[in-house]
Ligand binder design. Sequence first.
Ligand code: HEC
Ligand code: HEC
Ligand code: HEC
Length: 435
Amino acid sequence: MSNGLKKALIGGGIAVVAVISIITGYVELKLHPSSPLKEETLSETELQAKIERGHYIARASDCKACHTGRDQAPYAGGFTLHTPFGDIVTSNITSDPETGIGGWTIKQFDAVLRHGVGKYGFLYPAMPYNAYTKLTDEDVSDLWAYIRQIPAVRHKVQSNQLPFPYNQRILLAGWNYLFFTEGTFRPDLRKDAEWNRGAYLVEGPEHCATCHTAKNSLGGNVREAFGGTTLQNWHASDLTPNKYIGLGNLSDDQLFSYLKTGTNDLSVASGPMGEAVEESLQYLTDSDIRAIITYIRSVPATLYQPPAALPASDPVIQHGKTIFETQCSACHVSNGTGVPNIIPAFARNPIINAQDPASLIQSVLIGAMGPQTAGNPTGAGMPRFDWNMPDGDIAAVLNYIRNSWGNAAPPVTPQAVAAMRRDLKARSWIYQGKQ
Ligand code: HEC
Ligand code: HEC
Ligand code: HEC
């Protein structure tokens, strides 16, 4: 072997070893985050007050909704999250030492919540640690006091059911490097206390961006925050001041009522938003809800402008109008005003103009249930129409709704309805193939 080649090989070898060492060092460092939190010795009254505060944070963070599987005891895990990369099942976080997190220290708990490192190494961001990283020391410590006293339930869960290579947790070091900004919330001193409280709740415990900010192909947040996105066939709306599809034309009172009770005079929160209200937002104090509104009002508006509305003379719109009048107007009312706090309006309701009609198609295909909250105990239901209408009729009626009463939105195609029918495993139209 020539001397030159030998030198090149040795040089290359050293470079490879150096790169591997840097990566291993980085991974090792990230896998053992340091936590400033310590166990405290408290009187019984102090402890009870701390647990109570922790319960509030747990509700604000919606821990229970994700960590309770169907037919499971609260926090015993087993709820499946379907991601574009495969299924992730939530962990048992009751105090069972074997299948839960019994015997954990506050430092281990902090490593999960604010650094994304769990029992088996890096966690998948389906656990919203990229939002919880904003939690203050005090809130993490209170939350731990609450979580650790949840009664033990033996329930073995295998969280990671992803296919190769996504089942390799080590890859998440790369994801974190690209998309995870670690660090507790830092108040913006140019803004007042209410705005900062709202920013903390929205960006931290309430993790609103998990649903309302679009993701790139690797599941990281895109830059246009709160511009709305679609997950599991629901479209989480634009929360920016955009006047057509966002919150620009809604008053503070309308937003307050929606977040606190799940309804207002225009809308009923369905699907994942209904759950967020039912499990989390309804328990927040009035001042915390107002703080959320103050903050969300301050995010920059998306630039979306609606297309021109299809004219009433368009044959699809005329067909849609006939369906609306026979199948929908009894509840949604012929002038599209709905029934305040019970049945959504179609006029002046930004959700109806959404770029992506996923929530609307889904609601018509398989129905929807409004949340039941203390402020609105009789959550109303929308019947399913999958069995009753072919894809073309569902598309036509939605196009009518999306182009009437001042609305304008991109077309809903029969193909989109057909695709969602398959995806939701909805029923077929009863006359399918029999016409
Ligand atoms: C959007 C759903 C979701 C929410 C909300 C959520 N989690 Fe999780 N959590 C998960 C998933 C999924 C995992 C498993 C991730 C993995 O295996 O990488 C997980 C893992 C964990 C673990 C790690 C268990 C282990 O064995 O390493 C703990 C502890 C935990 N969550 C606590 C909480 C707490 C406390 C809250 C509320 C502050 C919370 N979670 C909210 C989805 C969620
Ligand atoms: C689990 C996912 C999820 C989370 C978390 C979530 N949302 Fe939503 N949100 C949705 C979906 C889906 C809709 C659309 C509901 C519908 O079509 O009825 C929605 C609708 C809304 C609307 C109605 C918009 C309109 O035009 O009337 C508001 C306001 C809202 N969300 C605010 C928030 C805020 C504030 C947070 C955090 C405190 C939040 N959401 C957290 C999924 C979510
Ligand atoms: C029996 C009364 C009733 C009938 C009939 C009815 N709806 Fe509804 N609809 C409701 C209620 C109640 C809701 C609110 C439930 C929810 O959003 O969780 C709703 C919600 C909706 C939504 C969801 C909006 C959102 O929040 O995303 C759409 C779209 C909709 N209806 C369209 C229709 C269409 C189209 C028809 C006719 C084919 C129809 N509805 C017939 C009662 C009805």
